[in-house]
Design a protein around this ligand. Structure first.
Ligand SMILES: Nc1ncnc2c1ncn2[C@@H]1O[C@H](COP(=O)(O)OP(=O)(O)OP(=O)(O)O)[C@@H](O)[C@H]1O
Length: 346
């Protein structure tokens, strides 16, 4: 089982390489993600960024090529088939985009939930019936108890799907594009339902989606780009000096264990950063400048001379004078790949 301090979801340097017709596709390229017990987090990314690959690994349907993936104390890279079955039945619950993957069409809402409980076993009939009613009530679809999926709206189907996913009291709820087939207002209502389930039951929740609108419904949104987590938006509420509630959203770059981070696209474009950039360490922040090799208009663009201690602070002085951004600890900065590469700094 997970120790008290261990996060419920932990991915470290997670890699997934697919090989198709002799060509390798790196769907995940060293992804890092930590979700603590009881948190609700959204992972947002464009098509092809690796979202589904991540969720398929976390749900135990696929195995990563390398790295660490742990969920509620289970090591997903080494777990055997018996542990995998138990993990999928009891530790995690899933909500997928397509109703057909979530609900059996010939069973009612209550029967779909009961089926999930039967598969996991354990509970007595009376306790099961009570839990079915509780779950449908919590998701505000008590009136759909005896109706089949085809008789429900898209939003009701996804609410029942969430109830099915929660049937066996999972520690972790995983949702892949749960609102992908819904209109905007129904999507918002379903996301709010997930948030209230998270608050009410304390189930750790990870929502994977291409829809940036999800960030309005969760405290933490992690951006995934090219198979890596790149930036995070944290939302908080504070009361200002006039007693008014202020909603604050702060964006942070994600720094991995070896110091790699990704600059947001707009930063890269704004300064036409490419190939390599200059870095400078200041007492409380790091500066990032265009490389500008060969540009006569940049004073002192020459790197420090060899010999003596070539400290980051010295490099900072050499970089001074070049126009550029200063990336403080927050808000986020970072390079398309601003990984410190000593051989380029000499
Ligand atoms: N089974 C596979 N074989 C080969 N390549 C794959 C396979 N599954 C995914 N990929 C590739 O891995 C990359 C990430 O795919 P993934 O489905 O995880 O992205 P996604 O962010 O979920 O995209 P979408 O939102 O379009 O579903 C893509 O380049 C995709 O083509």
């Amino acid at each position: 089982m997970a120790s008290v301090s261990e996060p419920h979801i932990l991915c470290t340097d997670l890699v997934r390489i697919f090989t198709a017709d002799g060509v390798e596709v790196q769907a995940l390229q060293g992804l890092n993600l930590r979700v603590d017990a009881g948190e609700i987090v959204a992972v947002v990314g464009a098509s092809g960024s690796g979202k589904s690959t991540l969720l398929t690994i976390l749900s135990g349907l696929d195995t990563a090529t390398a790295g660490v993936a742990r969920v509620a104390g289970h090591d997903l890279l080494t777990m055997g088939s018996r542990e995998r079955v138990a993990y999928r039945r009891r530790t995690v619950g899933f909500v997928w985009q397509q109703t057909s993957r979530n609900l059996l069409p010939y069973l009612t809402a209550a029967e779909n939930i009961a089926l999930a409980m039967n598969v996991a076993g354990g509970r007595r009939a009376q306790a099961r019936a009570a839990r079915i009613d509780d779950l449908l009530g919590l998701l505000e679809v008590g009136d759909t108890r005896d109706r089949r999926p085809g008789e429900l709206s898209g939003g009701q189907q996804q609410r029942v799907a969430i109830a099915v996913a929660l049937a066996n009291e999972p520690l972790v709820l995983l949702a892949d594009e749960p609102t992908g087939e819904l209109d905007e207002s129904t999507s918002a209502a379903v996301l709010e339902a997930m948030r209230s389930v998270n608050l009410e039951l304390g189930v750790t929740t990870l929502i994977v989606t291409h829809d940036p609108g999800v960030s309005g419904h969760v405290r933490r949104t992690v951006q995934i780009r090219d198979g890596r987590t790149s930036t995070e938006v944290l939302r908080s509420t504070r009361v200002d000096e006039h007693g008014e509630e202020q909603h604050i959203a702060e964006e942070f770059a994600v720094l991995d264990r070896v110091g790699r981070l990704q600059l947001p696209h707009e930063f890269v474009q704004a300064l036409e950063l490419r190939d390599r950039v200059r870095l400078a360490l200041e007492p409380d922040h790091v500066g990032v400048w265009p490389g500008d090799e060969g540009r006569a208009d940049v004073p002192d663009a020459t790197p420090p001379v060899a010999g003596g201690a070539d400290t980051p602070r010295r490099r900072a002085r050499h970089a001074a004078g070049a126009s550029g951004i200063e990336s403080a600890a927050a808000p986020a900065a970072a390079a398309s790949e601003a990984e410190p590469r000593p051989e380029e700094e000499r």
